[in-house]
Design a protein around this ligand. Structure first.
Ligand code: URA
Ligand code: SF4
Length: 184
């Protein structure tokens, strides 16, 4: 088995935190394991937990549409999350759960070697870059941090609650398109 398959199996069978007791399926993520672009969301919701796939519910529809608008398919990128198992009632992941889970994400990043990591929402931004970055101020602006290029984006789910966020999200995806066109 490849290192990638080993990693997937480790995540799918993981019991390192309490979320293993309430999940239906762990969500490893999906897409191209050698993608230039890695999207990192927060964690699985209800639909994702049931299907074992990332961003397949309402927020996922928005993400898929945003990708389509800049000429990308889900298979062209890799879509993952900070936390691989659904927190009960979609509560925020706790710091100890993020701590337990984030080594999987770091291992995914090391294997994918993306050119740019698009953080979706503040949990992803604050876990991967720095906890004091304001998403409303910094979204759509690339950040170089510890040798990696990050593009902070709003979370697609936020657009379901506040229509104006859809415009911000479109802006963020356009910045991604520009980065790719310039060959990041
Ligand atoms: N929201 C997320 O942050 N991740 C998913 O996989 C689905 C919804
Ligand atoms: Fe393991 Fe992460 Fe799932 Fe916790 S959330 S059980 S650390 S895969």
């Amino acid at each position: 088995m490849s290192a990638w398959d080993d990693l997937k199996e480790a995540v799918c069978n993981c019991t390192k935190c309490g979320l293993s007791q309430t999940r239906t399926n762990a969500v490893f993520g999906e897409g191209d394991p050698r993608a230039d672009v890695l999207f990192v969301g927060e964690g699985p919701g209800k639909d994702e937990d049931l299907q074992g796939r990332p961003f397949v519910g309402a927020a996922g529809k928005v993400l898929t549409k945003m990708l389509d608008e800049i000429g990308l398919k889900r298979e062209d990128v890799f879509i993952g999350n900070i936390i691989k198992c659904r927190p009960p009632k979609n509560r925020d992941p706790r710091p100890d759960e993020i701590e337990a889970c984030k080594q999987y994400l770091f291992a995914q990043i090391a294997q994918i070697e993306p050119k740019v990591i698009c953080t979706l929402g503040r949990h992803s931004l604050h876990t991967l870059v720095k906890p004091d970055i304001s998403i409303s101020r910094e979204h759509g602006k690339p950040i170089r941090w510890e040798g990696m290029l990050y593009l902070p984006m709003y979370h697609p789910a936020a657009s379901l609650y506040r229509g104006q966020i859809m415009d911000y999200l479109r802006f963020d995806f356009q910045q991604l398109r520009d980065l790719l066109d310039r060959g990041v």
